[in-house]
Every structure is written in C-alpha cells, then in structure tokens.
Design a protein around this ligand. Sequence first.
Ligand code: C5P
Length: 224
Amino acid sequence: MSNPIYLALDLPRLDAAVALAQKVKGHVGGLKLGLEFFCAHGHHGVHEVAKVGLPIFLDLKLHDIPNTVAGAMQSIHVLEPAIVTVHASGGRAMMEDAKAAAAEHCKVVAVTVLTSLDDGDLNGMGVGGSAHDQALRLADLAQEAGLDGIVCSGHEVAAIHQRWKKGYFVVPGLRPADGKLGDQKRAVTPRAARDAGASILVIGRPISRADDPVAAARAIEATL
Ligand code: C5P
C-alpha cells in the first residue's frame, strides 16, 4: 500500500516549501499545493516542488463556465498533477468538461460544500436544507458527471463511501490524537479517516509546524 499522506505545503516562501518537502519526502506519499501557492509561484513553483519526486495535488478549486475550466485544465497538463480540484457547484456540465480536458492519469475531484459555510450561509445564498444534505447532493452530482471523487471531512467519508463505492475520497482536517486543533473544529485522526474510507489524507500543520517535521510525519505514518 502506498503512503496515503499528502502534505499540504501552505508556506508562503518557495524555498521553505521545497526544503520541507525534501525533508519529509520519505514519510509522505504526495504534496498538496493550494491556490495561495499557485497564485504566488505559478508553474515555476510547481516545477520546483515536483523536483522532489512525489505526486503533486493541485488544489485549485476551479469554478467557472465549462469552456474556461476545460481550458484551465488543459493549461496545467504540462505540470502533470496527480489530482486537481474543481467546485461541484459549478454544475454537471462544468465537471464533465473538466474531466474530459484532464490528462489521462489525473484524478479530478470535487469540493462539495466548503467547511467554512454553514446552513445559514447556504440559506443566504438561496440554498434550502442543511449543508450536510447539500454536500451529499453535490457528491451525487460529481459521481454522475464522471469525476473520480470528492473532497470531504472525516465525518462524512463513511456515508459518502456507502453511496459511491469506487469513489476517490480526499480527506483534510485531520489531527493526530494528541495534536493541536488550530482552526479545525471537527477534526478526526488520520487512522479514523483511513478506516472510514479515505483514499488520501491531507495533512498540513501537524507536520509543517512541528518542531521536528520528520518525526511528526513518521509518527502519523506509524498509526496507519
Ligand atoms: O494545516 P492543516 O492540516 O489544517 O491543512 C489542511 C489543508 O487542507 C489546508 O491546505 C486546507 O486549505 C485544506 N482544506 C481543509 N478543509 C477543507 C478543505 C481543504 O482544511 N474542507
């Protein structure tokens, strides 16, 4: 079994991000680069991080008209990402076109409802019902659109796995049993997420902010 841990490289400086990735590369299975990193360092930054030799997850959360998202997907072929995110709320046609435009071995996964939004926020946008129900609805839509999977919390992954047996589930918001929560309010442990059906585990600060990132990554790896 390959290592399911993807390290979230949420560091503003490119040299620091590359140095951290080099340090822990023996104990993680891939590297996640987000919008902040991509806007700051672009293709050059991704190429530099890719030299570390691990699969790259581009968490770009694309959301636009189908033609534009398809064009964006084509523009990142050259970066050879293993995983790219789009927003499920962009709709079925957008997701279909994103998948069609992705490179053959690139997994396209959908963000359902951002964890920063609650029921009240959704109602304010005209979406009735709960955030949980909306997340399940959008997960079904992503499946119908032919995407590879979705991003979801460790609390939802078991329920969504029931509805989508072959889905690829990306789970962030994880904390080791003795870890600091930071701004994550509903964290689960990496092991619990794995047991519930997570395909990959996105972990940032418990490794990147640890006094000894290698020891932290090894300790998490040992629990899996
Ligand atoms: O540092 P931490 O482990 O909390 O990092 C989690 C990573 O996962 C960050 O890059 C964050 O943007 C991302 N993420 C998240 N919750 C979501 C979606 C993405 O924490 N619902």
